[in-house]
Design a binder for this molecule. Sequence first.
Ligand code: G
Ligand code: G
Ligand code: NA
Ligand code: MN
Length: 256
Amino acid sequence: LDLEQKLRQAVQTEAFCLHYQPIVDMHQGTVTGVEALLRWPQADGSFISPDRFIPVAEETGLIETLGQWVLEQALADLAKWHARGWPLTMAINVSGAQLQHTKGDGFDMLLAKALERHQLDASQVHIEITESMLMDDNSRGLVNLRRIARLGCDIYLDDFGTGYSSLSYLKKFPISVIKIDRSFVERLPQGESDAGLVRAIVNMGQSLGMKLVAEGIETEAQWQFLASLGCDYGQGYLLSRPHSFEEISAWLPQQQ
Ligand code: G
Ligand code: G
Ligand code: NA
Ligand code: MN
């Protein structure tokens, strides 16, 4: 089977799972939330990376059904954590195609209904979008993004600094948090140009009243450097790789 057919089947049978990567408040040192990362397990125990199948899902329209599954699964798991006394937030990656789709309910309605179904507050759910999504200046995408923000969900701008768009979208779109791409974090703190760039991104975000998340933190030195700049949240292998709901549930009590 080619990838598209295989993916179509997997979407029908819901043959996916979500892994969760913890996000820490760098000022307090506490775990505040997780990011949901889609995984497609294979018979041999390996996973096909979302980098490979998300583009196919977008081209074929399968992303709508798949994205709804992600939303439902992530909010169901979040509600379970809340019921167990872990008031975490949940960050969900949403692609441009999901925000633009026209059949039936828009993403904002699907989100509103899912929040209602799981009795969650919108402030507990973060929606991650990428720069590339803002570039095509898509008006339906913008309308939907504003609706999501109006529901009370914070919009996170993922992979910041890797796209090709102008900075004007930071004013135009309702973005409240910037995620510093891990390609800038990799060479910290020695890499002078990256250190300068990250410092500038943090200053810019703060001037605009936005919060900052650093991704891909792998070393203590990177952590210290980002914390010293005033970065608000951190995420990366240093703290934890993405893991299953059960694994993260077992890990959480060890962090206190
Ligand atoms: O976790 P990993 O490094 O494999 O993720 C690879 C890419 O896939 C990242 O860019 C991530 O944002 C994206 N991704 C992961 N899960 C989802 C998802 O549920 N929906 C969308 N649209 N993208 C996802
Ligand atoms: O595009 P997005 O930022 O959503 O992608 C997140 C991806 O980064 C996930 O695939 C996740 O597995 C990966 N990731 C998370 N933390 C680290 C890290 O510390 N180092 C590396 N190399 N990858 C990471
Ligand atoms: Na993301
Ligand atoms: Mn990211």
